[in-house]
Design a binder for this molecule. Structure first.
Ligand SMILES: NC(=O)c1ccc[n+]([C@@H]2O[C@H](COP(=O)([O-])OP(=O)(O)OC[C@H]3O[C@@H](n4cnc5c(N)ncnc54)[C@H](OP(=O)(O)O)[C@@H]3O)[C@@H](O)[C@H]2O)c1
Length: 303
């Protein structure tokens, strides 16, 4: 990949994921020289034709390997999106969860510090703030996110690394391979599948994928900061809806009635009824796609 000295250089982890692949596309289309860090078995299918416009770096799982990758790509901004999400873990998930969400991330910031790369965009989850607490993890996934946040504290205190952590609630958009709620509801609307749902009073804060990507770019523009090494912001639609309202929106947009047995299954353990994040909203960013517009794009694929 030829390097224009005036070009900005990004290193993206989690680039094969839903948000990460959209971020990579946006960065490449905006002229960033973009490298991605993947695992040996990562499926690059979602990056399609982008694959020959980016540098693909395969991490061997070691610190030394990560140091080499970061030193060779010399990014000015690292977007760290890689993560394993598990709503509820099993004992056999522990190693993978800690490897993905703590070890890999720590290797990354160690490599950044070694290579003198000073800007990090990190991602947290509102699930670190169960019951409106400053810290109270909904599940072990959220606890591992917090564990890395604590580790990052050391790096921003002791090295030149500066970071913005974006705390996300939920994201959605077309062609989402994640088996998330909206995919189930979409299938229910398109194929008439009957769904067993909880009573449906929990609020959901959904940000459309294009707006989410804009938030990452906005965060990158905030670095470097002279006075604060680690800034945390929330990325919220500002208009959470409950599950029943979400279904009503889908029914209005599609003109179809969904077959849902409300209360057919219980709430999850530690279900988040009221999404919360103590951090301020991301300055200079606001969502531009309404829920109705976003749902129409998900249902009918229009852009
Ligand atoms: N609902 C939301 O959208 C939401 C809410 C809160 C926070 N977040 C955070 O936002 C970020 C992006 O979320 P997403 O939903 O787009 O993710 P996703 O689609 O689930 O993709 C996860 C990505 O992480 C990579 N990954 C997992 N374990 C890894 C490891 N050990 N080493 C290297 N790469 C690894 C995966 O790579 P492989 O292809 O190798 O599997 C994949 O690229 C994550 O940090 C997530 O925690 C998302």
């Amino acid at each position: 990949m030829a390097c224009d000295p005036g070009q900005r250089r990004a290193l993206v982890t989690g680039a094969t994921g839903y948000i990460g692949s959209h971020l990579v596309k946006f960065l490449v289309d905006s002229g960033w020289q973009t490298s991605i860090v993947i695992r040996p078995g990562s499926d690059l299918g979602c990056l399609d034709e982008l694959q020959n416009r980016i540098e693909i770096l395969v991490h061997d799982g070691t610190v030394a390997g990560m140091v080499k990758l970061v030193a060779s790509s010399r990014p000015d901004t690292v977007f760290h999106l890689a993560s394993l999400f598990l709503a509820q873990h099993r004992s056999e998930d522990i190693d993978t969860l800690v490897t993905s969400n703590v070890l890999f991330a720590t290797q990354l910031v160690e490599a950044m510090a070694t290579a003198g790369c000073g800007r990090l965009i990190n991602v947290g989850t509102s699930w670190q703030h169960y019951a409106n607490d400053g810290y109270n993890p909904v599940n072990l996934y959220a606890a591992t996110k917090q564990a890395f946040d604590d580790i990052l504290r050391y790096y921003v205190e002791a090295t030149p690394i500066k970071a913005v952590t974006l705390t996300l609630f939920d994201s959605y958009g077309p062609n989402d391979p994640r088996r998330k709620l909206l995919s189930l509801l979409r299938d229910a609307a398109m194929h008439g599948t009957r769904l067993q749902m909880s009573p449906g009073d929990q609020l959901i804060d959904l940000v459309y994928i294009d707006d989410m990507i804009a938030a990452f770019l906005c965060a990158a523009s905030l670095l470097p900061v002279p006075d604060r090494a680690h800034m945390r912001y929330r990325v919220s639609s500002g208009e959470p809806v409950n599950l029943r309202q979400l279904v009503a929106t889908i029914e209005r947009v599609t003109g179809k009635t969904l077959a849902i047995d409300w209360g057919g299954r219980p709430y999850r353990p530690r279900e988040v009824m009221l999404p919360f994040c103590p951090h301020p909203p991301l300055p200079g960013w606001a969502p531009s796609i309404s829920l109705d517009q976003g749902i129409a794009r998900v249902m009918f694929g229009a852009s």
